[in-house]
Design a protein around this ligand. Structure first.
Ligand SMILES: [Zn+2]
Length: 65
């Protein structure tokens, strides 16, 4: 049994270790979501951490002389 998961982009079942095909809304970070494994049917909790980066830039159009 695999019992040590690092954070990953794909959600794996902590019981059978298989990847879950369905996705929650990617925009939402959550500390506790209860889901049911698509493969073994066991319920497990998971957290998701969505990171976002903004790269602001000035709009230079019309600002040239
Ligand atoms: Zn499973």
């Amino acid at each position: 049994m695999i019992d040590d998961f690092d954070g990953a982009e794909i959600l794996h079942c902590p019981y059978c270790g298989r990847a879950q095909d369905t996705h929650e809304d990617d925009e939402i970070s959550a500390n506790c979501c209860l889901t049911e494994c698509e493969h073994c049917g066991k319920s497990f909790w998971y957290s998701v951490d969505v990171t976002r980066a903004y790269w602001p830039r000035k709009d230079e159009k019309g600002d040239e002389e």
